[in-house]
Ligand binder design. Structure first.
Ligand code: SAH
Ligand code: SF4
Ligand code: F3S
Length: 468
């Protein structure tokens, strides 16, 4: 989360000729945004754009942005000042903002950031070739229309991650939950699910191209539904319906050598059915991201999360019962509106009860137009938010280390993902449970499965040796 990524060089498909223009694409925010950038690259590639990793060389610069916290937006604004220099050298350069900031700020972005020529929201990417043409014609261009049915289902995304082993596959877009702190429903629009057959086909294509892991993506994968209304009524009686557990099973059948992960699971909607399917298929990884946000039921109520601490713990116990040795990760927010010291302590005690493998931990950042902004005061002082966050991080580091130490001596199947940044002689991969493992490469190649004995660990990763 919250990292940035730059586009890789891509090849033009057969029958498409080079239009002489180079695209530079940079992405921020969550996996959905990285996945969308691959859709964007595909749409523009089909119009003859080639890509570059050097912004100074670009004719079109597109930045896919995130609005989740104030600092995510600030990062993009700082980055924009860097493009001023490139644009001065190349006055015809088109600078466009895509993604969540585009949707949140709409045409105001053109006013606030003079360098921006183009603003396109997450459902407007098919229109990008036209929008770029408008800018070339001397105008500023904006399309921030949200859609109720756009899923880009027919677009085969260009893979921008060049290792060719793991890929994101989007299964739903938007979000219908109104967590009071969250800007996503405003920037991504209504929730909609993608046709399951296009999902399975994309996974099959990826497998045939050598990919060995897919992560199915949605803001709340458990509310995936095809041919069903949100109330569970069948839309077309002549066709089958598909829920998330069924979709998982369909994807598991693509090939036993294709690992399947998914994110994000929502505690209020995650059913035992999903866990039972996870337990049934070896290639569905034993790992679940189940954001808790807070360990206190009153705080959860203000957050409008739709569950209590007890409900959440019941889901955790279901995971531990049905999927033994399952890794669990979470998201936590410190210092949400009205959070008392006791409420914070409840988050600490919940962490001790669950013991997460991994956690993404944030200070609450008020977002315009959200329920919390309208209803509550952002009343926890900055230094208290910070101190609580530090306590949460400290405890999480202890837990991660403890869990890593429990892996010592185990023999794990590891999917080799890349060469280690530290040494050409070492490879990096992940276990089923999503632990990162570093080991001497021997003759192993990226994309292979290897059995690794865990011999050592740090707080962040496991260290092992290949066993035959
Ligand atoms: N759909 C996912 C979350 C997507 S946003 C879910 O429901 O769990 C990723 C994470 O960012 C959230 O889980 C939350 O922990 C954090 N987050 C969202 N809005 C935030 C805000 N206003 N301030 C701080 N953290 C926030
Ligand atoms: Fe935001 Fe809640 Fe939707 Fe997650 S489920 S994207 S936190 S509104
Ligand atoms: Fe950010 Fe939008 Fe994702 S706000 S976290 S990029 S859905």
């Amino acid at each position: 989360m919250d990292e940035s990524r730059q586009g890789e060089a891509i090849e033009l498909p057969k029958g498409v000729s080079d239009n002489g223009k180079k695209l530079y694409l940079e992405s921020y925010g969550c996996a959905m945004n990285f996945s969308d950038s691959e859709v964007v690259a595909s749409i523009l590639r089909d119009k003859g754009y080639t890509t570059t990793r050097n912004e100074e060389e670009a004719d079109v610069v597109l930045i896919n942005t995130c609005s989740i916290r104030e600092n995510a937006e600030q990062r993009v604004r700082n980055r924009l000042t860097n493009f001023n220099k490139a644009k001065r050298k190349k006055p015809g350069m088109v600078v466009g903002i895509l993604g969540c900031m585009a949707e949140r700020l709409k045409k105001d972005l053109l006013e606030e950031e003079k360098i921006v020529d183009l603003v396109a929201g997450p459902d407007a990417y098919r229109d990008l070739p036209n929008l770029i043409e408008e800018v070339d014609g001397g105008q500023k261009a904006v399309n921030v229309l949200l859609s109720r049915d756009e899923t880009y289902a027919d677009i085969n995304p260009v893979r921008l991650d060049n290792a060719g082993v793991t890929a994101f596959v989007s299964i739903t877009r938007g979000c219908d939950n109104m967590c009071s702190f969250c800007v996503v429903p405003f920037t991504r629009g209504r929730e909609r699910s993608r046709d399951p057959h296009t999902i399975v086909k994309e996974c099959q294509d990826l497998f045939e191209k050598g990919y060995r892991e897919v992560t199915l993506l949605g803001q709340n994968v458990d509310s995936y539904r095809w041919n069903m209304t949100s109330k569970g009524e069948i839309k077309d009686e002549t066709k089958p319906t598909t829920n998330f557990a069924q979709l998982l099973e369909m994807v598991a059948h693509v090939n036993p050598l294709l690992r399947i992960r998914f994110s994000t699971s929502h505690p209020k909607d995650m059913t035992d059915d999903v866990l039972i399917v996870m337990a049934k298929y070896k290639n569905i990884c034993n790992y679940i991201h189940l954001p808790v946000q807070s360990g206190n039921s009153n705080n959860l109520k203000r957050m409008n999360r739709g569950y209590t601490r007890e409900w959440y713990m019941d889901r955790i116990n279901a995971i531990k019962r049905i999927v033994p040795n399952c890794g669990i990760s979470t998201d936590i927010i410190s210092g949400f509106c009205g959070e008392t010291e006791e409420e914070h302590q409840d988050t600490i005690s919940l962490m001790k009860e669950v013991k997460y493998d991994l956690a993404y931990m944030y200070k609450y950042s008020e977002r315009p137009k959200t329920l919390a902004e309208r209803k509550f005061e952002d009343d926890v002082p900055e230094e208290v938010k910070q101190r609580r966050l530090e306590e949460i991080i400290e405890l999480q580091m202890e837990h991660a280390y403890e869990i890593n130490k429990q892996q010592l001596g185990k023999i794990e199947e590891v999917l080799v993902e890349k060469v280690s940044r530290r040494s050409e002689e070492q490879m990096v991969g992940r276990t089923d449970r999503n632990h990162k493992v570093i080991f001497d490469r021997k003759d192993k190649k990226i994309g292979e499965y290897v059995m690794v004995k865990i011999t050592d660990c740090t707080r962040a990763s496991l260290i092992g040796v290949i066993v035959e």
